[in-house]
Design a protein. Structure first.
Lengths: 544, 344
């Protein structure tokens, strides 16, 4: 795509880089050359070592072995982020940190300087003119006087790139001081938050940056974006499993197969749907806690066949900030997975089902009972939906209250002045889910992530919900607790609960779901079920 | 909330002149609604002046207007004072007790035959030092500003009683202090001129200098500002110190205007100062605490107070009027003010 570069040596060459955390080898002799004027795509599943590699390239982490060759100078590592920045390494992160109440011009000025002493007069006209020129140069269509709060994710990505590239208009190798010249730009999944249609504009900006002679590293999840990349590196389990330096391009399906690797398929499929879970936490919970269901829905008895009344939950033409006409239904005893990139609706749908956000249109019913559009969390709970949010401490539990108080929060009335009943119920949750420490009086906030999640699961499952919504339930959860959560999902489904499972990890979806709906732009893109529901297929559909 | 259309997209001027004139040319229908939202308090102020002028012959007289302004200098400086902690996202609840304490301190030093320089330096410098202590408690010892400034305020209340012995101090107030507070230079009182000087300087600093914009950045998101390399701790401490300094000047005017210091004076001024600052959020730069808006807020409450007094309404109507105006202004400006906090 670009002419062969005049520089014969790469800007940065990683040579046999090793990074170890305790016993865990995050990077195992990784060698990657990053050439000037090239866009280098870095691919890999979660946990493949991508982030560690980016941190080493940006100076946040130092390698435990191997070396970095920066423009021919061998280094053991950059030493610090400042050390990397001093050599011309710049990073654009996924979440661009802007202050919503400031204008675009001020945001640029805080990063680049106001061009005046602290108490001097700000040259507003010149500042706005310079910022307008900078935005123009980087093809960012926002006004300097616009508030950052009004920027779209695509504009934010463009603005952060423009800030990084400010003052770089001179051709590479020009009169700029060496430290000021950007040599290596690392772009960390910036397009993940951008709707597909707008992403191509951002990719064109990256291409333009590379054409100025900068080496660009693009961490991405979207295989379609590889179009603009010159080189590709695929990481798996800390090793480079595939590298492509220009030339031909492997088809997307082949790249996915290399990301996933052999054997992962069987491993992911180990706890296939229908298989008996290792433990039955929900059944034991229901035996020990009284039924305090607030729902109108009759619960299927333990082990009973799923009700034949029709779908447990049915949504039709749901619309919202991200959703645009999403319809789906799930029957009792079914585990339905939802996958998708950011802004596809996978963040909004669970919030709507929990009653935290309002839908703007469409209909929703649980066990045939319609739910009003302005239904809040209380109405959702009453209708039979139990929802565990992604942000555990913010939306899920009250950190400053005890495990017991958190548990009885949705059912305060049922336990009012019934201490014996309450103690028995809380004890039931702690035993059923193996909550540690097993003290009802322990503060929720002092528990580990996994144990917090167990308490929240117990809190909602004790209500015998018709529908259980789980939004990334294993985020920040240790492996043992993760297994308990999977057991609980399978057990809950066996007991007739309809489980809607949202996860950022395809392995988990393949493992516990009987079908997975992939969302895109607020609508179902495809639905994978039966033999189609494989890790490769899911990754290919989600990331394409 | 979603943005309705481009015609209502806030193009907040970065300190530039208000966009009302420009938008009047470019935009048609939304103009009156827009003016009402950003300048509703100004419209209300003008309406009140017209109504009171018609209703009472003594309202629109030089003497009455001079009186309105001079009475407001203390509140105005306190409003500017509370604005700084508000801009950086903190509260200063000590200002009411502080103004009372400093007035009593000044009167006590006067009674002790100290010269005017010592008296004024002690009052203004003392205010700055106590503001600094507030800031250090908040930023270095990590006490919530609400609690830290309340604690300092209660301590000051005790000290006020201790210094004054619970009595009104009035002996030997320096002539310079009285002149500064109540003397006239031309059509306006000296204290009004000085207050206008502070308004101009603070407007310039807040709207047109990097340090002023940094204060707003800290208030917008302390963490992002910190990560952008702004020394957020120092800026916040400075905001508290400036607050104390302005309260010190207010105390000098209060002492000079009344010629005495009452140990019960001060706490009653806390709520009007905050009310004016909150009213200011609805004007000029909607959604931000700003100098121009605060001045309009002070004048609105002052004219309301004065006009209603002249009309002879019962005393209890005043607070009802003030609270009602505050709520009404915030309601009218709500959409504009809220937009600032909207993410994408």
């Amino acid at each position: 795509m670009t002419e062969p570069n005049i520089l014969t040596q790469p800007v940065l060459a990683l040579d046999g880089v090793v990074k170890v955390f305790g016993d865990f080898v995050a990077l195992d002799k990784v060698s990657v050359p990053l050439a000037a004027g090239q866009v280098h795509a870095l691919l890999g599943a979660n946990g493949s070592g991508k982030s560690t590699l980016v941190k080493i390239m940006s100076g946040v982490l130092q390698p435990d072995g191997g070396q970095l060759d920066f423009l021919g100078t061998p280094l053991a590592g950059f030493g610090s982020p400042a050390g990397a920045a001093g050599r011309g390494v710049r990073v654009v992160h996924q979440e661009a940190p802007f202050i919503d109440s400031l204008s675009v011009a001020e945001t640029v000025a805080f990063a680049r300087g106001f061009g005046t002493p602290t108490v001097g007069r700000i040259p507003w006209r010149r500042l706005r003119r310079d910022v307008a020129a900078l935005l123009e140069e980087n093809d960012v269509a926002v006004s300097p006087s616009q508030l950052c709060a009004t920027l779209t994710p695509a504009d934010r990505a463009g603005l952060s790139l423009a800030i990084v590239m400010a003052g770089q208009s001179a051709p590479a190798g020009g009169p700029d001081a060496a430290g000021d010249q950007v040599r290596l730009l690392i772009v960390d999944e910036v397009t993940a938050a951008i709707p597909e249609a707008e992403a191509s504009r951002h990719l064109a900006r990256l291409r333009a940056v590379a054409d100025r002679g900068v080496a660009v590293v693009m961490v991405t999840h979207r295989l379609a974006e590889l179009e603009i990349a010159d080189d590709v590196t695929v990481l798996r389990a800390g090793k480079v499993v595939y590298r492509e330096d220009g030339g031909g391009r492997l088809p997307a399906a082949e790249l996915v197969a290399r990301m996933v690797g052999p054997g992962a398929q069987q491993a992911a499929r180990r706890g296939a749907p229908g298989a008996a879970p290792a433990s039955r936490p929900v059944q034991s919970l229901w035996k020990s806690t009284p039924a305090v269901s607030r729902g109108k829905v009759d619960q299927a008895d333990a082990g009973a066949a799923p009700a034949s009344r029709g779908p447990a939950i049915e949504a039709s033409e749901l619309t919202g900030e991200q959703l645009s006409g999403l319809s789906f239904s799930a029957v009792a005893g079914e585990v339905v997975g939802f996958a998708g990139l950011r802004l596809s609706g996978v963040e909004e749908l669970p919030r709507i089902l929990a009653g935290g956000s309002r839908r703007t249109g469409g209909s929703l019913s649980v066990a045939g009972h319609p739910i009003k559009r302005d239904a809040g969390p209380a109405a959702m709970v009453a209708a039979g939906i139990g929802a565990i949010p992604a942000d555990r401490l913010h939306d899920g539990g009250v950190a400053s209250l005890s495990v017991e108080e958190n548990f009885i929060l949705p059912t305060l009335g049922a336990y009012w002045h019934r201490p014996a009943r309450r103690r028995a119920a809380v004890k039931g949750v702690i035993e059923a889910f193996d909550v540690r420490p097993p003290r009802p009086s322990a503060l929720f906030g002092s528990l580990s992530g996994g144990n917090q999640q167990k308490v929240l699961l117990g809190k909602w499952l004790a209500l015998r919900p018709a529908v259980l919504v789980l939004d990334d339930p294993t985020y920040g959860v240790d492996p043992a607790a993760r297994e308990t959560i999977f057991d609980a999902i399978v057990d809950a489904a066996a007991l007739g609960i309809s489980v809607l499972f949202f996860s950022t990890e395809p392995e988990q979806l393949v493992r516990v779901c009987s079908r997975v709906i992939v969302l895109r732009d607020g609508r179902p893109l495809t639905e994978l079920t039966g033999t189609e529901l494989t890790l490769e297929n899911l990754i290919a559909w989600s990331y394409q | 909330m979603t943005l309705e259309s481009t015609s209502t997209t806030p193009s907040i001027p970065d300190g530039a002149p208000p966009p009302a004139a420009r938008s009047g040319v470019r935009r048609g229908a939304g103009v009156s609604a827009r003016i009402l939202r950003s300048y509703g308090t100004v419209v209300l102020l003008i309406a009140l002046i017209v109504i009171f002028s018609a209703a009472s012959p003594s309202f629109l007289t030089l003497r009455n207007l001079q009186n309105v302004l001079i009475v407001q200098t203390v509140t105005a400086l306190m409003t500017l004072g509370v604005m700084f902690p508000l801009i950086v996202g903190e509260f200063d609840l000590s200002v009411g007790y502080l103004v009372g304490f400093l007035a009593v301190l000044g009167a006590y030093l006067s009674g002790d035959n100290q010269g005017p320089v010592v008296v004024m330096v002690a009052m203004i410098g003392g205010g700055a030092v106590i503001g600094l202590v507030n800031g250090l408690l908040n930023q270095r010892l990590k006490i919530s500003s609400f609690i830290a400034t309340l604690g300092i305020g209660i301590i000051l209340q005790g000290l006020t009683q201790g210094i004054s012995g619970g009595k009104v101090l009035f002996s030997n107030i320096p002539a310079v202090v009285s002149t500064l507070g109540g003397g006239y230079a031309g059509a306006l009182a000296i204290s009004v001129w000085i207050t206008l000087g502070f308004v101009a300087v603070l407007f310039y600093v807040l709207e047109h200098t990097p340090v002023g914009r940094s204060w707003y950045a800290v208030g917008g998101s302390e963490r992002v500002a910190f990560l952008a390399g702004i020394r957020t701790g120092r800026l916040k401490i400075a905001a508290f110190a400036i607050s104390g300094l302005l309260v010190g000047v207010a105390a000098v005017f209060a002492l000079g205007q009344s010629g005495s210091a009452n140990p019960g004076f001060g706490p009653d001024l806390l709520l009007p100062a905050y009310a004016s600052a909150f009213l200011g959020v609805t004007t000029y730069r909607a959604g931000y605490y700003n100098v121009i808006g605060s001045v309009v807020g002070i004048l609105l409450l002052a004219v309301g107070f004065n006009g209603l007094s002249l009309l002879g309404v019962p005393f209890w109507v005043q607070p009802v009027f003030n609270g009602g105006v505050l709520l009404l202004a915030v309601l009218v400006a709500r959409s504009e003010a809220r937009r600032v906090r909207v993410g994408t």
